[in-house]
Design a protein around this ligand. Structure first.
Ligand code: TIU
Length: 232
């Protein structure tokens, strides 16, 4: 596949985000039934999961944009092994959830890899050729091969969306920022159970000259030259 290598600018905050499609990956964070649908982990923690729905349409449009341009696409999934060996007790025992990680719920065992609840919502299901990355923590670099994969692919820039803004999205953007990646958050393709936390997170990211990265709405993304995909 040949992907365009010319620099493109996104009008973003705190200033233009310049990227090359050939060196940029889309990271779609944790758009799983366990967070977005009733009966999953998010609701078990006491959250109103309906707050996350607004991000689904923009996230799908963002995926379609990245697919048409031939960007690398990574879908992350927060989930644990069935024996919970990668789930620290401090994570399982936190708070007063109605169901804990590993407990049986309406969508199978809560936040366990392979259970229906851990799967992606139908609208945002990965396509063949896209990378699915299971992760035990909030940040997608922790306990995963993400850093090595991005290095192998020559990726320098990351575009982020998904849920929740202040938990797994922000954690991953901070990890990426520390590792030297330029990071853009697509503001309408991310959501929180607490809308004010989403807004505050965006401000934290762009403050101080973009201390963590850049932020822009979907509409700000430039049209990408169609990727030349042999046989497509
Ligand atoms: N609880 C919450 O807001 N989020 C998480 O537990 N995980 C993710 O953000 N994916």
């Amino acid at each position: 596949m040949r992907i365009d290598d010319t620099p493109l600018d996104v009008p973003a905050r705190p200033g233009p985000f310049r990227f090359r499609a050939a060196h940029t990956a889309l990271v779609m964070i944790d758009m799983q039934r366990d967070f977005l649908e009733p009966g999953g982990f998010g609701e078990a923690l006491g959250n109103d999961v309906s707050h996350l729905r607004a991000a689904v349409g923009p996230a799908r449009a963002l995926l379609d944009w990245a697919r048409a341009g031939g960007l690398r696409i990574i879908h992350t999934k927060e989930c644990h092994r069935p024996d919970l060996s990668d789930c620290p007790p401090a994570k399982r025992e936190r708070g007063l959830p109605s169901l804990r990680i590993g407990d049986p719920g309406p969508m199978g065992r809560i936040l366990i890899d392979g259970e229906p609840g851990s799967d992606f919502i139908a609208e945002l299901a990965p396509l063949a050729g896209e990378t699915v990355l299971t992760k035990p923590g909030k940040g997608a670099f922790y306990g995963t091969a993400l850093g090595r994969m991005l290095a192998d692919w020559g990726i320098t820039h990351l575009i982020f969306a998904g849920v929740t803004t202040e938990v797994c999205v922000q954690s991953t953007m901070r990890e990426a920022n520390d590792r030297g990646y330029d990071c853009l958050l697509v503001t309408d393709a991310t959501a929180s159970y607490f809308p004010e936390f989403r807004d505050a997170t965006i401000e934290m990211i762009v403050a101080q000259g973009g201390i963590v990265g850049w932020a822009a709405p979907l509409v700000a993304l430039p049209a990408l030259p169609a990727a030349d995909i042999p046989g497509a």
